[in-house]
Each structure stands twice: as C-alpha cells, then as structure tokens.
Design a protein around this ligand. Sequence first.
Ligand SMILES: Nc1ncnc2c1ncn2[C@@H]1O[C@H](COP(=O)(O)OP(=O)(O)O)[C@@H](O)[C@H]1O
Ligand SMILES: [Mg+2]
Length: 223
Amino acid sequence: MSAKPVEFVGEPVEPVSSALLELSKVTKHFGGLAAVQDVDLQVNPTEIVSIIGPNGAGKTTVFNLITGIYRATSGDVRLEGRSLVGLSPDQVVRRGITRTFQNIRLFNNMTVIENVLVGLHTQLKANVLGSLFHTPSVMHEEVDARKRAIDLLSFFGLTILLIEHKLAVTMGISDRIAVLDYGRKIAEGLPEEVRRDERVIAAYLGTPSTRGEQAPVDERAAE
Ligand SMILES: Nc1ncnc2c1ncn2[C@@H]1O[C@H](COP(=O)(O)OP(=O)(O)O)[C@@H](O)[C@H]1O
Ligand SMILES: [Mg+2]
C-alpha cells in the first residue's frame, strides 16, 4: 500500500480571532449613566463563560447589547468575526445566538435550558408549599438544578454565556467568570481566582448604602 501525502485543500485560513463571541470596548450610556463601560470579553467555542456582578452592575444590559435589544453607544460585538451591531434581535437569532431567561419560573417562551430545568424539577424533593415560600432548601435545590442543566447543555457542545447574580451557581460549571461592577469589568479568570479576588469580594459584600456613598461620580454625566 503506497503512502499518499496528505493534501490540505479548501479555504485559506483567515487571520481572525478564534473567539466565537467577542466584545471589544463595549459601552452603553443611558443619558448620563454608563450602564456598561469599555467591556472586553471573549467566549471561545464550547466554552462556558459566566458574567456575574451585584445588582445594577450591567449584566442585563450586556445581554441586551449582544442580543440586539440595545445598540452599543460605542464598541463592537462580533460573532464568528462578524459584527452584530445594528442587527435586530431576529437577525441576531438567525446568526445563531439563542437567549434563555434568568428566571426559571417563566414557563411560557421556554427555551432549551428551561425545558431541561422543568425536567429536573420533577426530580426535586421539595413540595409545592416549599416552592411557593422559597425556603432555603428549595433555593438550594434550584441552584443545583441550574448547575446540572448547564452541565447537560454543555454536553451537547454548546457555547454558553451565562448571566447570573449568584456566584455559587457559576462556580462549578464555568470555564471562566467575568465580574462586572458599576458597568466595568473588575475581574476575569478561573472560578477559584475570581472567588478570591478582593475587588469581587468587596463588590459582593458592600451594602447598598455603603456602595451608594462609594459610587464614583460619572464624569460624563453632562454628556
Ligand atoms: N433602559 C434603561 N434606562 C436607563 N437606565 C438603565 C436602563 N437599563 C438599565 N439601566 C441602568 O443601568 C445600570 C445597569 O443595569 P442592569 O444592566 O440591569 O444591571 P444588572 O442586570 O447587573 O442588575 C443600572 O444602573 C440600571 O439602573
Ligand atoms: Mg439584571
């Protein structure tokens, strides 16, 4: 049997980023408020990346910028190297991004993750009353169910960008975690690194009143 040299044929490789989703210097102003400021983020194929941060950090705004609900004031969002800026939510979906909901109790408009979660709910031990009153044991089971749902999704090779308030949900499942606070990315790294990061701890431990006092005045407020 004669060995034939392997031939490489096909399209020339383009010198683009290997990231599936790439945010560069993404900024969104609402009037004078910088809800998201200069956020860079890359999500590589089959990666699970979580964006976490306290209330008001800018997580939902980032999601809305990616999915075409909002248009960035400046910066770029690219999927497979092509910009999503200016596309409608429908067009973004057609490019391959599917959005799921933060609240697992939204039973209409269910997407993959909700279906997975509803399936897991049937296995949960909590009773109906417990579910209604949101007891600690139920919340613990929900966190666990969300983790397993994401594990299931990643098994199918999906690339997942998870927006989550609770650090605990993201810990065991994320390849990488980015942390937002006051619209800026204050940390990014492996879950263990992020959990130990002093700025992250401070952002999560600060009470609303102390955080209000410490909030920097937005210099662009007059814009
Ligand atoms: N449509 C909007 N108009 C004005 N301000 C907004 C709007 N959406 C969000 N914000 C403000 O932007 C900041 C970030 O909000 P958001 O992205 O919802 O944070 P998170 O999801 O992390 O809680 C907050 O200060 C919020 O009040
Ligand atoms: Mg939010």
